[in-house]
Write a protein that binds this ligand. Structure first.
Ligand code: F6R
Length: 243
């Protein structure tokens, strides 16, 4: 595990974008595992700037997103499909046929999860996986539980996750209760994993996940075992650890 300290959100975002840009420069046809949520928005903004300056070419890049709500249309502004297009894909030259997000419109959970695992396998896995960190230690929507779940699967979201996501919806009732998420295998088999964390509210879970035992009750703790795991955080997120 490599820890990179940033002064604030902007610096964290710049450092993460630099590492992703390096990956694309080294391997123009790389497979990027991407995340949604508040944390990566600044990173995507920096990547768009690099693209606009002519420093980055996404034309051969493929993307596989971590997760999607089950039972949501792509046109719904709260879908992760929409989020990714709004925050990154519409602003760079990635080919639409190389964009992959679990299909929230497919209510057949078993079929959709199998399909998504095949997509990742057919690419030969992920070169760089970008992750945020849930307040309960989730990665993707791999929520705390009695065991790590390896394959892409359908999850019932934790109450704390529904609370955290409520800010994006008009009411708590509108927050979907289930989601499809990439499993721990695809994340752990990614050749490089990059997590970004910011803010005081992440400080406690950062300490638990990366300075405590590796347990499925804190899903992100499994990343301690990854051979190329980089954690970039701001001072607030690292305030409970010696970084
Ligand atoms: C989103 C995802 C989630 C988020 C996590 C942190 O695709 O996989 O695990 O990364 O919930 O969310 P933010 O960044 O909003 O704090």
């Amino acid at each position: 595990m490599r820890i990179i300290k940033a002064a604030d959100y902007e610096e964290m975002s710049r450092k993460a974008a630099d590492l992703i840009a390096a990956q694309i420069l080294m391997k123009p046809d790389c497979v990027l595992g991407l995340a949604t949520g508040g944390t990566p928005v600044g990173t995507y903004r920096c990547l768009i700037e690099k693209y606009q300056r002519g420093d980055l070419d996404f034309s051969q890049v493929s993307s596989v997103n971590l997760d999607e709500y089950r039972g949501i249309d792509r046109e719904n502004p709260q879908s992760y499909w929409y989020f990714m297009h709004d925050n990154l894909f519409h602003h760079v030259n990635i080919s639409p046929e190389r964009i992959n997000v679990p299909d929230g419109r497919n209510l057949d959970a078993a079929a959709e999860c199998r399909r998504y695992d095949r997509v990742i396998e057919n690419y030969g896995g992920i070169d760089l996986q970008l992750l945020g960190l849930g307040l309960d230690g989730h990665i993707g929507f791999n929520e705390p539980g009695p065991a790590f779940v390896m394959d892409t699967h359908c999850v019932d979201l934790e109450e704390s996750t529904i609370d955290a996501n409520q800010r994006f919806f008009e009411s708590r009732e509108q927050v979907p209760r289930q989601a499809y998420t990439m499993g721990i295998r695809a994340i752990m088999q990614a050749r490089k994993v990059l997590m970004i964390v910011n803010g005081k509210n992440k400080a406690e879970i950062v300490r638990k996940a990366f300075f405590g035992p590796v347990v499925p009750e804190v899903p992100a703790s499994v990343l301690q075992m990854h051979p190329d795991f980089i954690l970039i955080g701001d001072e607030e997120a690292f305030s409970e650890i010696e970084a």
